[in-house]
Ligand binder design. Sequence first.
Ligand code: SF4
Length: 195
Amino acid sequence: MTVFLDNKLNALDTIYTAFAQNTKEYKKLQACRKGCAFCCSKAGCIDITTLEGWQIKKQIERFSKDRLKSLSKAIKQDIQKREKKKLNACPFLMKNNACMIYNVRPFSCRRIYSTRICKKENPPQVNRQVMAIANKILKDLQSLDDTGYSGHMSYVLHMLNTPAFLNTYANQKFNPHEIMIFGKSHSIIINKMML
Ligand code: SF4
């Protein structure tokens, strides 16, 4: 039932690659260094599409039982904190400041970088051209996932872990009524409406 989704993952990769290539020159000025997790630990909303969520879900299903258990707990805690409007570190951020899902990290994480070292009083500074390219890419991502939704990563993963929702989404059906209550209270966007 998931062939449709799997087929879209190549197109997702092509979009990520195009962004990396089109912003390569600007990103030469980035101050970001390995081991810095400012954006991941002071994270605002990490918005993803359901298709990106599907790719992440496939990756984490390969984790060991123990890692999966602690990750599920971290995602639950993230949901609870954010429902109380509290900032929280990304559930995928590890103790060594590395990303647990780096190879499939969503576009929100790929687009963010900074031309200066970040501090509390100096949040990330992004080149204007990169922001413009990223905003166009967002449209491409929503268009690719036109039977899906967008929202904070933990919320989207929660939706994909709900069998009824997964069944609808993986079968290319479109039933926004199914998620209306959760969607409204968690700022979930219908991708189709953004095109
Ligand atoms: S998914 Fe990875 S890169 Fe993105 S915020 Fe989380 S830890 Fe950071």
